[in-house]
Design a protein. Structure first.
Length: 214
């Protein structure tokens, strides 16, 4: 009896796990954005990011928030992002590409001492925050009104000195529990506003990234 048939699926699963590893770093960092600082010394998601009235930083700091919160809301947080630029709100940096490493030679210690063959993946990477202006955390019911509010909030973000950043949110990131509602909301041609049926102006306006890691 041989066990060789079990190795191919094991190696395939190792490859799948390796390809998913960036997600295992990225989504926990996104969730930690309420408690981890970014480049301005504030939490990535915060109510008082300082934006100075002068380009040289010698003016007055105005507090700007990239959080939308409804105190009555009890559901999960979802996020609106601008990922259209070279710099992203969450940055994944791959310094060394994944490399499959078999330890099967006779001179490998585990093989020589214990007859044990080992396999692994060698890589070097990390994640970090980009610009907080490119992401808004929404702790409110998902719907067209809250989506419009988040979109408008991001479009108003400015750099020091009042220079408009011209951000254009294009991606909704949300947990799997919101997948059905988001899909239905953004795919409908018509929506109901009071007693009137109107066109859904946000149909097809955003890509969605649904993750069970959130």
């Amino acid at each position: 009896m041989t066990n060789t048939g079990i190795y191919a699926p094991m190696f395939q699963e190792m490859g799948r796990a390796t390809s998913a590893f960036p997600d295992e770093l990225t989504f926990p960092l996104l969730q930690a954005g309420f408690a981890e600082t970014c480049y301005d010394g504030q939490y990535f998601f915060d109510n008082d990011h300082p934006v100075n009235t002068q380009v040289d930083g010698q003016g007055t700091d105005n507090s700007v928030s990239n959080i939308i919160k409804d105190d009555a809301y009890q559901g999960p947080t979802w996020y609106l992002m601008d990922t259209s630029r070279a710099i992203k709100p969450i940055i994944f940096q791959e310094r060394k590409k994944p490399k499959f490493v078999p330890m099967t030679k006779e001179e490998d210690e585990s093989v020589f001492m214990r007859g044990e063959y080992r396999y692994g993946v060698d890589l070097r990477c990390n994640v970090g925050f980009g610009f907080w202006q490119m992401a808004i955390a929404v702790q409110a019911e998902f719907g067209l009104d809250s989506l419009w509010e988040a979109k408008a909030r991001m479009s108003e973000f400015k750099a020091d000195g009042g220079r408009p950043l011209d951000l254009s949110p294009n991606l909704i990131v949300a947990p799997a529990t919101l997948e059905k509602k988001i899909t239905q909301t953004l795919s409908r041609e018509l929506i109901q506003e009071g007693n009137t049926t109107v066109s859904n102006e946000l149909k097809g306006a955003f890509s969605t990234l649904i993750s069970r890691r959130l």
